[in-house]
Design a protein. Structure first.
Length: 475
C-alpha cells in the first residue's frame, strides 16, 4: 500500500512537528486536491509553525507582567507647552510634499459585526449610508484638494476578502480616485490548530483552516507585496495608519504628523494617538512606559490595581487608551522586517473553528471554542522604536468604531457619534444646532468628507443659519 503521496521533505517536516495526521489525510485526496494541499503546506514555514504550536498551544503561559509599568507620557490636548501651530505647519508641508501616504488595514474577518462582505463595504455614514471605503476615498479627495497634492492610499486585504474588495472599488469607479493611486495587497495567513491536541485543522479535504495573520501582518505584507518599495520610489516617507472600522479616523492629521516627524522626543519611527479612557475597565489597549520604552498593554493584561490607580487629582493614572491610529516611517518598517531580532510576537485567540475529520472527511461543528488562532498586532512595533510619542485626540472627533452589530461600538453608536461630531463642527462654524433637554442633538447630521475633513473646512462654506429640530441634514 502506498504510505505517502507527499514529497519526502514534507513528510519529514510534518512528522517532526507532530502533524502525521496530515500525511495520512493526503492518501485520501484526488490528484488535483492533493496538488493544492501540497502547495498550501509548502507555503508555510512548518518548522516555525511547530514552534508556535508548542509555545502558544495547550500549556501556554502568558508572560508575567513587567516589574515596572508606568503611564506613558503624552502630548495632551490641554497642554499649552508645545507649539501646536508649529507642528501643524511641519505636518502640512510633509503632506504637500507627498511624503505621507494613507494606509488602511482592512484584512480582518469582521466576525463580530456579522456582515457578509469586506467591512469596508459596510453602509456606515449616518444619513446616506455611504460605505467605509467611500468615506475614506472622499477624505483623500478632499485632502488632495486642500493640500494641492496627490495622496497614495495603501489598503491591506486578506486572501478571504481581496477579490471582493477590488471588485467593490472597480464597480464604484474607485469612488473618484485614480486606480493608480491605490495599492491593494494581501496579508498572510496562519493555520489554526486544535486547542487540545495541537493538530492543524482542515477546513475541507485538502485545505488547512487558516486565518489572516493579524493587522501586525502588515509590516511583512507591505514589504513582500512590493507596496513599500513602490511608495519609497514615489517619495513617500511616512504612513498615516488607521483601521477600516473607524469612520472618524482623520486620514491625515498635520499636527500629529508634524510631532511624529519633528518633536524632540520622537525618533520619527512610530507614533500613536490616544483618547482618555471612558472608564478604568474600558476594553482598549493602554499606553504605558516600561523601562523607558512606550508600549501598549492590552486591557486584559493590565493588572487591575494599575488600571484603577488614580493620580492626586483623582484621574485615572493609566488613562491613555489606544484608538489604533499611528504614524509609521517606511524606514522603520524596513528595519522591522529585515532583522529577525525584531520579529513581532503572536497573540492567541481561542475560537470556535469548524473542521473536517482527516480520515472520515466528516465535518464537525464545535459547540465550544476548540481552536487557537494566532495573530500579530501592529502596535507591538511601538516598543521597537527608539522614541515613540503618544498624542491625545478628542474621542468624539476621532473615534466612532463599528465593531459590533448592536450595543457598544456598533453601527448605532457610531451614527450617534457621527451626528454629534457634525453638530460640533456646525456649531463651531456659527450654525444653530438643536439639542434636547439631555444635550443630545435633535437631528441627524451627516457632513460629507467632500465638504470637510476637519471643522475648520466648514468656515469656507455657505451654511444655513440653523438646523430645524428633528430634521435630517447632509452638508
Ligand atoms: P479587529 O481586531 O476589530 O478584527 O480589527 P476584525 O477581524 O476586523 O473583527 P472581528 O474581531 O472578527 O469582529 C481591527 C482592524 O484590523 C484589521 C481589521 O480589518 C480592522 O481594520 N485587521 C484585523 C486586519 O487587517 N487583518 C487582520 O488579520 C485582523
Amino acid at each position: 500500500m502506498n504510505t505517502t503521496v507527499l514529497p519526502h521533505i514534507l513528510v519529514e517536516s510534518l512528522e517532526s512537528i507532530g502533524q502525521s495526521h496530515l500525511i495520512e489525510h493526503a492518501l485520501t485526496l484526488d490528484a488535483p486536491v492533493l496538488a493544492g494541499f501540497i502547495e498550501q503546506l509548502e507555503g508555510f514555514d512548518l518548522a516555525a509553525i511547530g514552534e508556535y504550536i508548542n509555545r502558544y498551544g495547550k500549556g501556554y503561559a502568558s508572560a508575567p507582567p513587567a516589574a515596572s509599568i508606568e503611564p506613558a507620557r503624552c502630548y495632551t490636548l490641554g497642554d499649552q507647552t508645545w507649539d501646536r501651530a508649529k507642528y501643524r505647519g511641519i505636518g502640512q508641508q510633509l503632506i504637500r510634499d507627498g511624503k505621507v501616504a494613507c494606509f488602511t488595514v482592512a484584512g480582518g474577518q469582521g466576525s463580530r459585526l456579522g456582515y457578509d462582505g469586506p467591512k469596508g463595504c459596510f453602509p456606515t455614514s449616518c444619513v446616506q449610508n455611504k460605505p467605509l471605503f467611500q468615506l475614506f476615498a472622499e477624505s483623500i479627495r478632499k485632502s488632495e484638494e486642500k493640500y494641492e497634492t496627490r495622496i497614495l492610499w495603501a489598503i491591506m486585504t486578506s486572501p478571504l476578502n481581496h477579490a471582493a474588495t477590488i471588485s467593490f472599488f472597480e464597480d464604484n469607479g474607485y469612488f473618484g480616485l485614480d486606480a493608480e493611486q491605490l495599492m491593494f495587497f494581501e496579508q498572510g495567513v496562519m493555520p489554526s490548530f486544535d486547542l487540545e491536541s495541537g493538530r492543524l485543522l482542515l477546513a475541507e479535504p485538502g485545505v488547512l483552516c487558516t486565518n489572516p495573520d493579524g493587522h501586525g501582518g502588515a509590516y511583512r505584507a507591505l514589504k513582500e507585496s512590493g507596496a513599500l518599495d513602490a511608495m519609497l520610489s514615489a517619495g513617500v516617507e511616512h504612513l498615516s495608519y488607521f483601521q477600516i472600522d473607524n469612520p472618524h479616523a482623520m486620514i491625515l492629521d498635520p499636527v500629529f504628523l508634524g510631532l511624529h516627524r519633528s518633536a524632540d522626543d520622537s525618533s520619527g519611527e512610530m507614533s500613536s494617538k490616544m483618547v482618555a479612557k471612558a472608564s478604568w475597565d474600558e476594553k482598549v489597549g493602554v499606553f504605558c512606559s516600561i523601562e523607558g520604552r512606550t508600549e501598549i498593554i492590552e486591557y486584559s493584561d493590565l493588572p487591575e490595581g494599575l488600571a484603577k490607580q488614580t493620580d492626586d487629582a483623582g484621574a485615572l493614572a493609566f488613562n491613555a487608551g489606544s484608538i489604533a491610529i499611528h504614524a509609521i516611517s517606511l524606514a522603520f518598517i524596513e528595519k522591522i522586517v529585515s532583522d529577525p531580532r525584531y520579529a513581532l510576537p503572536f497573540h492567541r485567540a481561542i475560537k470556535k473553528v469548524g473542521s473536517v475529520d482527516p480520515v472520515s472527511g466528516e465535518s464537525c461543528t464545535p459547540s465550544e471554542p476548540n481552536a487557537i488562532k494566532l495573530e500579530r498586532f501592529v502596535f507591538d512595533g511601538i516598543k521597537l522604536a527608539e522614541q515613540s510619542i503618544v498624542v491625545e485626540t478628542d474621542r468624539v472627533e476621532e473615534f466612532a468604531p463599528v465593531k459590533n452589530a448592536t450595543g457598544a461600538d456598533s453601527i448605532e453608536s457610531s451614527k450617534l457619534l457621527q451626528t454629534e461630531r457634525g453638530a460640533r463642527w456646525l456649531t463651531e462654524a456659527g450654525v444653530d444646532v438643536p439639542r434636547d433637554d439631555d444635550g443630545r442633538v435633535d437631528a441627524m447630521i451627516e457632513i460629507s468628507p467632500l465638504s470637510a475633513v476637519e471643522a475648520s473646512d466648514l468656515a469656507l462654506m455657505d451654511l444655513p443659519d440653523s438646523i430645524a429640530a428633528g430634521s435630517t441634514v447632509v452638508i
